[in-house]
Design a protein around this ligand. Structure first.
Ligand SMILES: Nc1ncnc2c1ncn2[C@@H]1O[C@H](COP(=O)(O)OP(=O)(O)OP(=O)(O)O)[C@@H](O)[C@H]1O
Ligand SMILES: [Mg+2]
Length: 601
């Protein structure tokens, strides 16, 4: 796995069997779709035409006409009904496969660890779940149906022509390789040019988006002219490529109609003699000769779809087969259940003792060891603060406590037992984590708070908001608790998002509360209020507070000073100042900075 997904190469049809386990429940649906498609084929119609002309026109009699009309009408109605059901089945198969693969991919993503999301960009994952599944759905429905409908017509036409007049049939079929060749050449070129059009289109869309979202930055950098020139260059390329595509399409249509005329010319030239005795057979040949062109085109399209969809199949199955770096063992799942079917009745109560036992850790794609032989005991109910410079490993410590990652060596113990002996959901259900980068979900403020506890009462919500000083923030919003927060909470400021995610964490009533720079984006006044709230909230819980502003952690039971993945000093604020070491240095520097800032206003 890498941040830039590697190029997918695969044999033309190699990926399809990999999908069988995921689509096997549609065996019956697919079979009935194919059978309905076969029955709905219109390959026999020219035979009716042949009989009608030979018999009623050639022999000038109307003897069996009522029966003929009945049969013909019956046949057409039967075909229409079969095709209706085949189309309906294909629609169903498409949306079912699409839905099931999407659900499967989404469910699987929920089980993957943080490292997967670090290593694969959102855009990459988005395409796997949205467009790959859709293309696979189309492959199993419409591409398959195209092969069935047009394949039946082609094979049926060839067989009937061979039976009726083998020599003429073989002559007409001489055109087939020519059509296949011509179409394959055009198809390759058209696919290439269409892909280019799509690429330029997405580049234009991307630039357009940047032009809008980055409008302020563009103005402050005074690069309007450059942005404009880039955009004009892209649209000019789009025009050139689109014209090329249109020219190719025109040439293609002309060439195909020429090839089709060639087949007709052969029938006229060599079949003229038949026309004298059997005009019906002659017209039947004309119909088949003309009708064979389209099926060839559709079948080649379907085959090329199958080939191009291999990449999508490969990527999607790779996602579905990716195993999480952090997994619960079968024994743990047996006892505690998994994320989707938890066995809460077997869950022990979590007290909140946390211990690092000789832990070494390196991120799965990281180059350096972040922690080395790290030991730490956080007894139940204690209030720990972690401070240290950027990149020291503070978030890494809480990532390990939350088991978002597992130690490369050593153990993290929760209540005295290796965290791996209990399920991730058990642990996560007992942890309230306010992330350094807060995230809210689209929806209202209330909905977001209820993610913390779906059963929370209005009083509990009000109390949580009050504790984190967010009551006023919510009151300022137009519809209060029922205001929409936008995608990812984008309608709110970072500080507001922090407060709400803090309130949400409190509503979960966690045994372990982790605040990773949870108040870094709120003003000093609010921070002070939250500070006193934290003191109320953390009673009876283990709390781990990471903060850059040392003034906010002075009341912690123990402050851990982390440097390059090691605890270099620890103790209470007073003890650490008395040590006259690294903490004192950090504190004095910050104090001076803050004093300077306040003097400068
Ligand atoms: N997902 C990751 N993959 C690889 N390396 C990582 C990853 N996350 C962090 N690191 C590295 O691990 C080290 C510790 O990072 P960490 O996020 O724990 O620092 P931090 O103390 O929380 O810093 P900050 O105060 O900026 O939040 C850094 O050197 C960082 O580059
Ligand atoms: Mg951090």
């Amino acid at each position: 796995m890498s941040k830039t997904p590697q190029k997918d190469r695969s044999l033309p049809f190699f990926g399809v069997p990999k999908l069988f386990p995921y689509v096997k429940q549609y065996k019956k649906q697919l079979l009935s779709m194919v059978v309905l498609g076969l029955l709905g084929s219109d390959v026999l119609l020219p035979l009716f035409q042949r009989y009608a002309i030979n018999h009623y026109v050639g022999e000038k009699t109307l003897d069996t006409l009522p029966l003929f009309i009945l049969l013909y009408f019956g046949c057409v109605v039967f075909m229409a009904v079969m095709n209706y059901f085949a189309t309906f089945k294909a629609c169903c198969v498409e949306v079912w496969i699409d839905r099931d693969l999407r659900n499967l991919a989404f469910d699987h993503l929920q089980t993957l660890s943080f490292s997967y999301f670090n290593q694969n960009s959102v855009g990459y994952i988005h395409s796997r779940v949205m467009s790959d599944t859709q293309r696979i759905g189309v492959l199993f429905s419409w591409s398959l149906m195209d092969c069935v409908w047009h394949g039946t017509y082609l094979i049926g036409a060839v067989v009937i022509m061979l039976i009726v007049n083998a020599r003429l049939a073989l002559l007409v079929m001489l055109v087939l390789p020519l059509i296949v060749l011509l179409y394959s050449i055009f198809q390759t070129k058209l696919v290439r040019v269409n892909r280019r059009v799509r690429e330029i289109n997405s580049k234009i869309t991307g630039n357009f988006n940047e032009g809008i979202t980055g409008a302020r930055t563009i103005k402050t950098l005074a690069i309007e002219d450059k942005m404009d020139r880039d955009f004009v260059a892209d649209t000019a390329e789009m025009r050139r490529t689109s014209v090329r595509a249109a020219r190719l399409r025109g040439l293609f249509a002309v060439t195909m109609s020429f090839a089709s005329s060639l087949a007709l010319a052969i029938v006229l030239w060599k079949g003229g003699a038949i026309a004298e005795s059997e005009i019906g057979t002659f017209t039947m040949f004309m119909s088949y000769a003309q009708g064979m062109m389209e099926p060839v085109r559709w079948i080649i399209d379907a085959i090329s779809d199958l080939i191009t969809t291999q990449v999508n199949i490969e990527r999607l199955t790779r996602l579905l087969e990716t195993e999480s770096d952090v997994t619960d063992t079968p024994e743990v799942i047996e006892r505690y259940g998994d994320s989707f079917k938890p066995k809460r009745e077997n869950w022990e109560e979590l007290h909140g003792d946390v211990e690092f036992d000789d832990v070494s850790f390196r991120y799965p794609d990281g180059e350096e060891t972040v922690l080395e032989h790290f030991d730490l005991k956080i007894p139940f109910g204690s209030n720990i603060a972690i401070v240290g410079e950027t990149g020291a490993g503070k978030s890494t410590l809480v990532n390990l406590i939350c088991r978002f990652y597992e130690p490369t060596e050593g153990r993290v113990l929760i209540d005295g037992r290796d965290a791996r002996e209990r399920s991730q959901l058990w642990l996560h259900s007992n942890i309230g984590y306010v992330l350094q980068t807060p995230h809210l979900f689209s929806g209202t403020v209330r909905e977001n708070l209820l993610y913390g506890n779906p059963d929370a009462t209005q009083e509990q919500i009000d109390r949580a908001l009050e504790l984190v000083s967010a009551t006023e923030v919510v009151a300022r919003l137009e519809k209060g608790l029922d205001s929409d927060v936008g995608e990812g909470g984008d309608l709110l400021s970072t500080g507001e998002k922090q407060l709400l995610s803090f309130a949400r964490a409190i509503l979960t009533d966690p045994k372990i509360l982790v605040l990773d720079e949870a108040t870094s984006s709120v003003d000093t006044m609010t921070e002070q209020k939250i500070q006193s709230a934290i003191e109320t909230v953390i009673r009876g819980r283990t709390s781990i507070v990471i903060a850059h502003r040392l003034s906010t952690v002075q009341n912690a039971d123990r402050i851990l000073v982390v440097k390059s993945g090691r605890i270099v000093e620890q103790g209470t604020h007073r003890e650490l100042l008395a040590l006259n070491g690294y903490y004192k240095e950090l504190y004095t520097r910050q104090y001076e900075d803050e004093a300077t800032a306040s003097v400068l206003g």
